[in-house]
Design a protein around this ligand. Structure first.
Ligand code: IPE
Ligand code: IPE
Ligand code: MG
Length: 258
């Protein structure tokens, strides 16, 4: 029996977000250059996307590169950009075949031209996919996103497109790069750190957090399914008390309360 059989299909997290951490330590521990860890990390992405599809997960957001990661040594940053372009060109056909739709959140303007072009091409090629939405957070940080949203909201108020009085939580969600994507139900961080590192601060307001010591390059199907099973054992109260909870199918917040 596979761990997949222990997952309750009626209570799946609709959206899983992952902070893929630990590539560098994985490599260093083995006496390799950090770049080897990033390469192995790409293989882990492939495994996890396949496992998520098998488990019928609808949305998977992967934190691939943060705004703060631009401050790493140029050699590592350039290596990561090259790796991303390589991985995209290798994987696009398979993703398309498996009905995976790629979306991207982050400050694309900061990406080198060749990386941006490859990404746009992949987004376009996979846009009809309706099995899994694979959302890549690249050059992303929550504070960047919220600042951009505040600027655009201010512009729209100044231009008369939006009334100040009409600004609600839904308005703010609409101005974020994740608009159209439901908030994550489950946030996984690999690599042993227990912090959020500027990731989806608004969207994770009610996510369940799951931290594991496993370095990202070692993370696979079994680890993903363990996280989902752990999630399914939790009671999501959304501020209420136990007796008030009638568990809906996904354990997600009822729509009118989101
Ligand atoms: C995560 O692994 C990948 C990126 C941030 C790009 P790290 O590179 O942060 O690995 P550690 O945390 O140094 O082990
Ligand atoms: C978070 O990992 C960013 C990504 C996984 C892309 P980091 O390794 O950059 O996070 P910190 O700096 O240790 O918090
Ligand atoms: Mg790290």
């Amino acid at each position: 029996m596979s761990l997949l059989d222990y997952i309750d299909q009626e209570r799946l997290p609709n959206h899983i977000a992952i902070i893929m951490d630990g590539n560098g330590r994985w490599a260093t521990n083995k006496g390799f250059e950090r770049g080897e860890g990033h390469k192995e990390g790409v293989r882990a992405i492939s495994r996890v996307v396949e496992a998520a599809t098998k488990a019928s997960i609808k949305y998977l957001t992967l934190y691939a590169f943060s705004t703060e990661n631009w401050n790493r040594p140029a050699e590592e940053v350039n290596g990561l950009m090259d790796l991303m372009v390589y991985a995209i060109s290798e994987e696009t056909e398979k993703l398309k075949k498996n009905g995976v739709r790629i979306t991207c959140i982050g400050d694309m303007d900061r990406l080198p031209e060749y990386a941006r072009t490859a990404l746009i091409e992949c987004i376009d090629q996979t846009k009809e996919g309706n099995t899994l939405t694979l959302n890549i957070a690249l050059s992303y940080s929550s504070k960047w996103e919220l600042t951009e949203a505040a600027r655009r909201i201010a512009d729209d108020v100044l231009n008369g497109v939006l009334n100040k009085e009409d600004i609600s939580e839904e308005t703010i969600s609409m101005y974020l790069t994740t608009h159209g994507i439901p908030d994550p139900d489950l946030l996984i961080r690999t690599g042993g750190e227990q912090r959020i590192s500027n990731f989806l601060l608004w969207q994770c307001a009610y996510a369940e957090f799951y931290f594991t010591e496993v370095y990202w390059p070692d993370f696979g199907e079994k680890d993903l399914y363990e996280a989902i099973i752990d999630f399914q054992g939790r009671e999501r109260r959304f501020g209420k008390i136990s007796e008030q909870i009638e568990c809906n199918s996904t354990g997600s917040k009822p729509e009118k309360e989101q």
